[in-house]
Design a protein around this ligand. Structure first.
Ligand code: PGA
Length: 256
């Protein structure tokens, strides 16, 4: 049974004091929540103060990125070893904003997955098609190719500690989420591919959905059998919205 996992990606938002305030609100509202796992991904600079706020709660820390080397001449970068020391549990790799704005390739992301595992961090590896690729009917081919490249050289034992996030690029920050059926189709495809590759281990791997997740659409998304949680951007910057997403079961429509 995969326990739902929700990760709030704060991206390049919030100063240190704003991040601390939001972390306090989220901790108050979700600190003892059960039956789900929750993490927040502040900026590197806010990681330490946020870490001390969430440390007594069930909320975990996630990093928005890491470098593929553990140390060395990489000005401006942060390594897995540095994150692990702060008790970071998860790390997002290959977000489409990094692919688009910073030239990240599937090979770099594959190396980042390796670096995360080496440092006992759980990678959340992102993939997803662009709008024009979906319109051209190429979605499945695109995600297949990305997934194969990202997981190159990964053993079943390593796969146990890897999560995927299906994030259609056209849904990120646009207010237009994939419908539950569109998302499920891709998640099911990914699960089948993972099963071919890793066998039984694929049942333990989380496949998160990301792209305009909100309190009003999360319940229907979570009802899909292969959607195991969400990577949440803008809605995670509002404590009430993020809490409502994590507590999606409370929104269950009344039986008719
Ligand atoms: P969004 O971002 O929720 O603002 O669409 C999602 C993401 O980038 O992971």
């Amino acid at each position: 049974m995969r326990k739902p996992l929700f990760i709030g990606n704060w991206k390049m938002n919030l100063t240190g004091s704003e991040a601390t305030d939001l972390a306090k609100k989220i901790t108050m509202s979700l600190g003892s929540v059960e039956d789900v796992d929750v993490a927040i991904a502040p900026s590197y600079l806010a990681m330490r103060p946020v870490s001390s706020i969430v440390s007594a709660s069930r909320i975990e820390l996630c990093s928005q990125d890491l470098h593929w080397e553990d140390k060395g001449p990489f000005t401006g970068e942060v390594s897995g070893a540095m994150l692990a020391e702060l008790r970071v549990k998860y790390v997002i790799v290959g977000h489409s904003e990094r692919r688009r704005n910073f030239g990240e390739t599937d090979l770099m992301i594959n190396m980042k997955i390796d670096a995360a595992l080496r440092n006992n961090l759980i990678p959340i590896a992102c993939l997803g098609e662009k709008g024009e690729e979906r319109l051209a009917g190429k979605t499945i081919n695109v995600v297949r190719k990305q997934m194969n490249a990202l997981l190159e050289g990964i053993t079943p034992d390593q796969a146990r500690n890897i999560n995927l996030a299906y994030e259609p690029v056209w849904a990120i920050g646009t207010g237009h989420n994939a419908t539950p059926e569109q998302a499920q189709e891709v998640h099911k495809f990914l699960r089948d591919q993972l099963t071919k590759r890793f066998g039984e281990v694929a049942r333990e791997m989380h496949i998160l959905y990301g792209g305009s997740v909100r309190p009003d659409n999360i319940y229907d998304l979570m009802m899909q059998p292969d959607i195991d949680g969400a990577l949440v951007g803008s809605s995670s910057l509002d404590a009430e919205h993020f809490s409502a997403i994590v507590r999606y079961r409370d929104r269950k429509p009344a039986a008719v």
